[in-house]
Design a protein around this ligand. Sequence first.
Ligand code: ADP
Ligand code: ADP
Length: 239
Amino acid sequence: EPIIQFDHVSKVYDNGALGLKDINLKIYPGEFVVVIGLSGAGKSTLMRSVNRLHDITSGDIQIGGRSITKAKGKELLEIRRGIGMIFQNFNLVKRASVLRNVLTGRVGYYPTWKMIFGLFSPEDKQRAYESLQRVDLGDKVYARADELSGGQQQRVSIARALTQDPQIILADEPVASLDPQTTRHVMDDLKRINEELGITVLINLHSVDLAKEYGSRIVGIRAGEKVFDGPVATADDAT
Ligand code: ADP
Ligand code: ADP
């Protein structure tokens, strides 16, 4: 059974801009799927649709067989809990410690007031620490987020996603602002998490070379439409 399924998904923005047009897509547990396309093709729109950061205009999206399109309240929260998100600009709380940032991955497990006062259980701190070790940042637990390099900050955001114990990780242009060496480190971490933990990874990239190197399956989109979906070896004209 697919862990992510799009059925005839279209998204038109309020100003009339076409985001996605009739997308059908099935992603199975444990896959590492790279979405490529030129700027403006609809990659972020697709990604933001998966965990419903915005509503789609028509069609349906199912996560583990449950429609996130129709889910409300508690069920929506529950589905989202299984989906970790990584952004191009890291989205960290700059002046907070690395540990504190990683613990925000537990949002949804805690009442808001406990989060504000930082009342985390020892088990959660342990789990945050383990996530940081997985991205080689076990020695940066108490550093302030904005003291770290860009690549390190992105790895903190990977640890934050891991702390959430997700079945799926969505990464929207996670390396777009990083240099080539740092890019490799972040991509290696994502690949390792996919292989070792079996977490399904869906990642947007605009570099076709990087997509070919890391993806086992490539989805190409152009002007909101899916124009390619297949194994890397056949992905020569995916954009
Ligand atoms: P990307 O190409 O990486 O998605 P953009 O610069 O296109 O980055 O978009 C940055 C932000 O601006 C996003 O939050 C996106 O939703 C928003 N955005 C993009 N295009 C438009 C638009 N035509 N009108 C309003 N907001 C837009
Ligand atoms: P990509 O991530 O591939 O660069 P996007 O998904 O950001 O592409 O954009 C797809 C299309 O939707 C573009 O034409 C963009 O201008 C438009 N778009 C994206 N976000 C918004 C928004 N918030 N409001 C209006 N139009 C948007």
